[in-house]
Design a protein around this ligand. Structure first.
Ligand SMILES: *Cc1c(COP(=O)(O)O)cnc(C)c1O
Length: 220
């Protein structure tokens, strides 16, 4: 019987060389000692069409950081797909806000945007589309509802790095995009994630919250 693996990391000589170089030069935490991390943030955010990238320890922490950055809490609602990795909903519950689940389209399995307007209430603060199994959610319909109700859109792009929606890379279409570099994702760092955004204020807040509110200058 032939087994078709769900994932199979492709680690070549360059990856090994760079990992060894990184360890030897002591670039172990954040940007301390050098800038492999910063270069990675630039490359991935650019690929998503976003101007800022902030690495995190996982896709889950990228999502949690994104929701923390928009300042929601108890009593607030965020619309989340009913079918997704549990990390999407956990990012909401960590803050005390309530995930409001939206059903899926039968063909793409992404959120059914026709249902979106019926789920928006005066407490809704954000929508978290998930580009499930690499298929982009209908971002035009989502951004339209978000614009009309002044909602933040956080794309869970953990499964869709490199995907395109109408010629635009996913992850950089909403206000914030989140990626995962877990071993079974499109690109892996072993563990890891990233928050990407075109919003300078969100980027600054994400950098601060990620680093226990130390400034880069203070922490050594
Ligand atoms: C994998 C995944 C996550 C979580 O990423 P981790 O790096 O494993 O924490 C979040 N959302 C979706 C849709 C995922 O597939």
């Amino acid at each position: 019987m032939t087994t078709i693996p769900v994932y199979s990391p492709d680690i070549g000589a360059a990856e090994v060389e760079n990992a060894v170089d990184c360890i030897k030069r002591g670039m172990l935490s954040g940007t301390i000692g050098g800038d492999y991390n910063g270069e990675f943030e630039t490359l991935v955010s650019k690929q998503c069409g976003a101007s800022h990238g902030i690495t995190t320890t996982s896709g889950t922490t990228a999502l949690a950081l994104a929701v923390a950055c928009i300042g929601v809490g108890e009593g607030d609602e965020i619309i989340v797909p009913a079918s997704t990795n549990i990390a999407t909903a956990l990012a909401v519950t960590y803050t005390g806000a309530t995930p409001v689940f939206i059903d899926s389209e039968s063909d793409t399995w992404c959120m059914d945007c026709e249902l979106l307007p019926s789920l928006v209430t005066p407490r809704t603060r954000a929508i978290m589309p998930v580009h499930l199994y690499g298929h982009p959610a209908d971002m035009d319909a989502i951004m339209d509802v978000a614009d009309r109700h002044n909602l933040v859109v956080i794309e869970d792009n953990a499964e869709a790095q490199g995907a395109n929606y109408k010629g635009r890379a996913t992850g950089g279409i909403g206000h914030i995009g989140c990626l995962s570099f877990y071993i079974n994702k499109v690109l892996t760092t072993g563990e890891g994630g990233m928050l990407v955004t075109n919003d300078e204020e969100i980027a600054a807040r994400a950098r601060l919250l990620k680093n226990l509110a130390y400034s880069e200058r203070d922490r050594c």
